[in-house]
Write a protein that binds this ligand. Structure first.
Ligand SMILES: *Cc1c(COP(=O)(O)O)cnc(C)c1O
Length: 384
């Protein structure tokens, strides 16, 4: 079955998978904290659900859905994408070392540099677009490799297979943040990742109306370890939020197909604009990682970034665009323009930002579902 069909037919197309025989096409929202257990005292019969932090049927439907989509064994839903990241990192111990992509999501980077640093989880951040850097960062206590591709905000590509080879021969656990691609476009477990993480706040939820996170493990064993953190840390996704994400997933294909076409058209158009200095999008022929990306993903996604020639032009664009919401986040039905130096990457020291090419002229666009002609007309005015 192709992934487009699996988005709809993944076992949870009715409530029967939850053991309820109504045939309802919508997953019921179990807004409950606990479950009656009197049968146990009458007949000794144990039951699947006892307390809603440990398990909730609405959450289970979403967790099984994302596990099926990512071709893994177990799925877990968290209260945010960053809760999914921090819970996944929670399977490691004090004294362990992990290698991370240097342009990993800012919040993940902050978590490693503050919270986990205090707890004694060491890390080395490297430019993973060159796999040799991963090999060079290996230490005797290295336990994991944490990747994200395409990266944010410059859409740099990491060769997953090449990095996985290095990680596998060193016995590392491989984590991939797959938020930008979603399982519709990229399924890292199919070529060897151990844990795939999502901010479901983005494309999976898709409507800028929920904060949620997901993680899928390749094996049952890792699933058990991650469940221990989910249940023990307790950063679970609530039933309404799970329901919203589950509903969002049903339309992922049509949204992403359209958003991706729009992103590609915007990238080609932006390249021709006199006030635009550079455009970053894996769909452009000149994009450095294009062939690697094509070998590991089914599409180029709906996020791009570009640099204007001057800072004034960038600020002018953000002030003048009427159709793009100037905001953090991405993946919603509305086009979002963000300004990394002041938003997502503001916490990175200016010197380090400059080294990574995150300049005052850089704008990131998440293409929405508006008519692309209107977006081009709006951007055209904003770039004047
Ligand atoms: C937004 C985002 C996160 C964090 O997710 P939240 O839902 O905001 O906590 C993690 N990784 C990536 C790639 C993101 O874009």
């Amino acid at each position: 079955m192709k992934i487009g069909t699996l988005l709809i037919h993944n076992g949870h197309e009715t409530d029967k998978a939850l053991g309820i025989p109504t045939g309802a096409l919508g997953t019921p929202v179990y807004q409950t904290s606990t479950f009656e257990q009197s049968d146990f005292f009458k007949s000794g019969k144990t039951q699947e659900f006892d307390y809603a932090r440990s398990g909730n049927p609405t959450r289970k439907a979403l967790e099984e859905t994302i596990a099926a989509l990512e071709v893994g064994s177990r799925g877990y839903a968290f209260s945010s994408g960053i809760a999914a990241v921090s819970s996944a990192l929670g399977i490691f111990s004090t004294g362990d070392h992990i290698i991370v992509a240097e342009d990993i999501y800012g919040g993940s980077y902050r978590m490693l540099n503050t919270f986990y640093k205090r707890w004694g989880l060491e890390h080395t951040a490297v430019d993973t677009s060159n796999p040799d850097n991963v090999r060079e960062a290996l230490k005797p206590n290295t336990k994991a490799l944490f990747l994200e591709t395409p990266s944010n905000p410059l859409l740099k590509i990491t060769d997953l297979r090449a990095c996985f080879d290095i990680a596998h021969s060193a016995g590392l656990i491989i984590l991939v943040d797959n938020t930008f691609m979603t399982p519709y476009l990229q399924r890292p477990i199919t070529f060897g990742a151990d844990i795939v993480i999502h901010s479901a706040t983005k494309f999976l939820g898709g409507h800028s109306d929920v904060i949620s996170g997901l993680a899928v493990t390749r094996t049952e064993e890792l699933g058990k370890r991650l469940f221990a953190v989910q249940n023990g840390f307790g950063a679970v996704s609530g039933p309404w939020d799970c329901w919203l994400v589950q509903r969002g997933i049903k339309t992922l294909k049509v949204r992403l197909d359209t958003q991706q076409n729009t992103a590609a058209r915007l990238a080609f158009w932006l390249k021709e604009q006199p006030n635009v200095e550079a455009v970053y999008y894996p769909g452009l022929v000149e994009h450095m990682g294009r062939s690697v990306h094509e070998a590991q993903a089914d599409g180029t996604g709906a996020v791009l970034s570009f640099k204007t020639r001057t800072t004034e032009q960038a600020l002018h664009f953000l002030a003048k665009t009427e159709l793009a919401a100037v905001a953090v986040s991405l993946g919603g039905v509305e086009t979002i323009a963000s300004y990394p130096v002041r938003m997502s990457h503001a916490a990175i020291p200016p010197v380090e930002r400059a080294r990574r090419g995150i300049t005052d002229t850089l704008i990131r666009i998440s293409a929405g579902l508006e008519d692309c002609d209107d977006l081009i007309a709006d951007f055209s005015k904003a770039l004047e």
